[in-house]
Design a protein around this ligand. Structure first.
Ligand SMILES: *[C@@H]1O[C@H](CO)[C@@H](O)[C@H](O)[C@H]1NC(C)=O
Ligand SMILES: *[C@@H]1O[C@H](CO)[C@@H](O)[C@H](O)[C@H]1NC(C)=O
Ligand SMILES: *[C@@H]1O[C@H](CO)[C@@H](O)[C@H](O)[C@H]1NC(C)=O
Ligand SMILES: [Ca+2]
Length: 767
């Protein structure tokens, strides 16, 4: 074992701490006994207090060795060695050069080494030691928020927990007092207290939002409780008192007066009764009532919590002529308040409503009118409407039609509704009108805006004014050899008039042909029956019988209906084998016959007039035409794509007739104009032939022309133009001597041409 030298270290920093002085000495062995344990440090810690501010480095401990080597030197290594911590290499004094802060770093790992400064060899292996920073109470508690927000309902009981605040202290909690926290309320402790955990409670039970709605508390957190000194921090706590429904509504006025026009709508507002309820709107549950139920049938009252109003409405229309003033009392209370110690309360006020007179439009005696009138009656009074001026003025009223679908009905200024023309139920069973009533001034002029409307429904009642007719156009057939009594057809009838279940149509044979009989079935139908039989197609292929149908009304309406019966050949089973198809015959009433006759007459007259006009035109045309205009007419003719197949645009018979009449010298056409275009037929046979001949020549001799085969290539500027006719129709050209017989060999398509040119070939167009 080596020699141990105890060294007492000065610790200048440890003024008042409990640190034992001996702790701050570190001993190094001398190195003369290399085999000895390395654990030569007696203590391996130095302690130093945080937060010491010194002008010069100060001694915090000493390294010591027992070596006697005069060249022994100390070397310090580790965290912040030779910067924050330095060593005097000869004496082994350890210094700190700056301020330490435990809250930043509380331990420094260091190493010390002993060398021979001259031989430059290590005398002692490096040994570790720790510099520990000792806490000083240099941090005050800090609240986690600068401002804490909290709320508590008003009227909460005493010791109601409101909120919790929290502060933290950075100092060493293991050192007594340094990090322990004590909470206090510095401001606001009249109504609140705080416990040692930082929870705030109410200390009263009468917090009233309507008196004070927020409390601003200042809380403090202090360390070193129970000790001298200590540091503290503060924060604000804002406590909001929340509303409950604890106040009754109170009328601010003893009397409310409203002036209301009598024509105020039922949904309209009459007036507002202001109350005061100092609770927040969601806690205003004001209920209004009519004291003694007076006029609650006429007025209603609803509450508006936002505006703190009772709103008077109308349940019944006001009428100045009837009641001019209403007086009643209204009560307001809040039935939902139920707080111990708050007495129930009602507030009441008086309301006066003055009804104002308004000049109102007339009022009809009924909301609408319903009348009935028989059809076919002109100038009949259908009914009356009446309206009255509701005001004291009681002005005269005039009536007029505002809307109607018919001009058959009118309303007189007196209000009588009159049919001007007969009504037809079969045309329209209802006539609905809108009638206006207008108030008149002293000069009998209508007053603007004083007009009311009503609806009038007129039902047109039926009269028996239509005869029954066949229900459908019947087509009857009978076998040639049909036996007597054979039923040919069942017929029925329809009647546009109203038919009652008791209506009976009767059927009577009206014709003299007694080959058939009609048998009434007494159920609105009838049978047509073969009477004698032995009908023969040779004698008559059709029989027409006339059936008289009556509707049995009063007066009865009848019509004669024709039934055509075709006689057919039949096989032995009575199946029809052959029938003629007959033109359909329908029963016609006399009216219809007259109508048809008038129609036919009209058509005849029109046709006659047209024919006369046509004739007159024709004369004019023949006189007025010259050859140039005729050409133009040819142009207007649609002859494109002609040819023998195109018979719609080209009348082949014209060509044909021309062909049969052989040629005439073409110059002859000039004096007699061709009317082909107008009447579709040459005025004289041969003119068309001339024209075709001319065209033919043209085509033969004009080498420049494209081989058009139509007539409308003529250019002509019109009779007024200075350019004369461009037509080659009148330009000279001799008959061609070309033999056209070859055309006959070109097949059927050229037969027409071949015929025209050849003339002597077989006539294809023999009719
Ligand atoms: C408290 O309320 C204030 C204002 O509304 C707000 O600025 C603050 O952040 C709140 N504090 C907390 C802790 O929520
Ligand atoms: C007229 O009024 C009647 C009864 O309301 C109704 O049945 C009918 O359809 C109305 N006719 C027309 C054309 O509006
Ligand atoms: C009955 O029919 C025949 C033809 O079949 C006719 O010649 C004769 O005139 C008809 N009888 C009468 C009464 O019309
Ligand atoms: Ca502290």
């Amino acid at each position: 074992m080596g020699t141990w030298i105890l060294l007492l270290l000065l610790n200048l920093a440890l003024y008042d701490t409990a640190v034992v002085s001996g702790e701050n000495q570190v001993l190094l062995s001398g190195g003369s006994h290399p085999k000895r344990s390395k654990r030569a440090w007696l203590w391996n810690q130095m302690h130093v207090r945080e937060g010491i501010i010194a002008d010069e480095p100060y001694l915090i401990g000493k390294l010591k060795t027992n070596t006697s080597n005069p060249y022994a030197r100390f070397i310090l290594m580790g965290e912040y060695a030779n910067t924050l911590f330095t060593v005097n290499s000869v004496t082994g004094d350890v210094f700190v050069t700056g301020e330490l802060d435990r809250e930043k770093k509380d331990k420094y790992e260091m190493k010390a080494l002993l060398i021979d400064g001259r031989a430059n060899v290590t005398l002692e292996e490096a040994s570790a030691f720790v510099i520990t920073v000792i806490d000083a109470n240099d941090n005050a508690p800090v609240f986690v928020h600068k401002v804490f927000n909290a709320s508590v309902p008003e009227m909460s009981a005493m010791r109601t927990s409101v909120t919790e605040v929290k502060a933290v202290d950075a100092d060493d909690p293991t050192v007594r007092g340094h990090a322990q926290i004590e909470y206090q309320i510095i401001k606001g402790q009249e109504n609140f207290y705080i416990n040692d955990k930082g929870v705030i409670f109410t200390s009263v039970s009468n917090l009233d939002r309507e008196k004070q709605s927020t409390y601003h508390l200042i809380v403090a957190a202090k360390d070193s409780p129970g000790l001298m000194g200590g540091l503290s921090g503060t924060a604000s706590v804002i406590i909001t008192v929340t509303d409950i429904n604890d106040n009754y509504p109170i009328f601010k006025e003893k009397l409310f007066t409203f002036n209301v026009p009598e024509n105020t709508r039922l949904s309209g507002e009459v007036g507002k009764l202001q109350v005061e309820d100092i609770d927040e709107p969601q806690n205003r549950k004001t209920k209004f009532s009519f004291v003694g139920g007076r006029f609650e049938d006429t007025f209603s009252i609803a509450s508006n919590a936002i505006t703190n109003q009772g709103i008077l409405g109308l349940k019944k229309p006001l009428d100045f002529e009837n009641i001019q003033q209403y007086r009643f009392n209204v009560e307001a209370t809040d039935p939902t308040i139920n707080i111990h110690g708050v007495p129930k309360m009602k507030s009441s006020t008086e309301v006066i409503i003055n009804v104002l007179d308004v000049d109102e439009p007339p009022v009809f005696s009924k909301p609408y009118y319903h009348f009935e009138v028989k059809e076919n009656l002109p100038n009949t009074v259908i009914g009356f409407v009446s309206a009255k001026d509701p005001d004291a003025a009681n002005r005269n009223i005039r009536y007029l039609i505002r809307k109607s679908d018919t001009d058959h009905i009118t309303v007189l200024p007196s209000g009588s509704i009159v049919s001007r023309k007969p009504l037809d139920r079969e045309a329209s069973a209802w006539q609905n009108l809108t009638i206006a009533a207008q108030e008149l001034d002293s000069k009998n002029n209508p007053i603007e805006g004083k007009e009311s409307l009503t609806r009038v429904y007129v039902k047109v009642l039926d009269e028996n004014d239509n005869a029954p007719e066949f229900a459908e156009p019947y087509e009857a057939r009978v076998c040639e050899n049909a036996a007597p009594g054979t039923v040919i057809i069942n017929i029925s009838a329809i009647d546009p008039d109203e038919t009652t279940p008791g209506t009976r149509f009767s059927y009577i044979l009206a014709s003299k042909d007694s080959n058939f009989t009609v048998q009434d079935n007494h159920d609105n139908t009838a049978k047509v029956i073969v009477k004698y039989g032995g009908l023969s197609r040779e004698e008559a292929k059709f029989h027409h019988i006339f059936i008289n149908i009556s509707d049995g009304g009063n007066p009865a309406q009848t019509s004669i209906n024709t039934l055509t019966i075709g006689v057919c050949t039949c096989d032995e089973n009575g199946e029809f084998t052959f029938c003629e198809v007959a033109a359909k015959q329908v029963g016609v009433s006399v009216k219809a016959l007259v109508a048809i006759f008038v129609c036919i007459l009209t058509i005849l007259v029109i046709t006659l007039l047209l024919i006369l006009r046509q004739r007159y035109r024709k004369d004019v045309n023949i006189l007025g035409k010259n050859v140039a205009e005729i050409h133009e007419q040819l142009v207007t003719y649609d002859e494109e794509g002609g040819g023998e197949m195109d018979t719609t645009s080209y009348d082949v018979s014209v060509l044909n007739s021309v062909r049969r009449n052989v040629m005439t010298p073409r110059m002859e056409m000039a004096p007699g104009p061709c009317l082909y275009a107008k009447v579709k037929k040459p005025a004289r046979n041969g003119d068309m032939g001339v024209m075709i001949e001319v065209k033919k020549d043209e085509a033969d001799n004009d080498g420049d022309m494209l081989p058009y085969d139509t007539l409308h290539i003529f250019g002509y500027e019109g009779s007024e133009s200075i350019v004369e006719s461009l037509s080659s129709l009148e330009s000279g050209s001799s008959d061609s001597d070309i033999d056209y017989d070859v055309l006959n060999d070109w097949g059927p398509r050229f037969k027409m041409l071949a015929d025209l040119y050849g003339l002597d070939h077989n006539d294809l167009f023999e009719y």
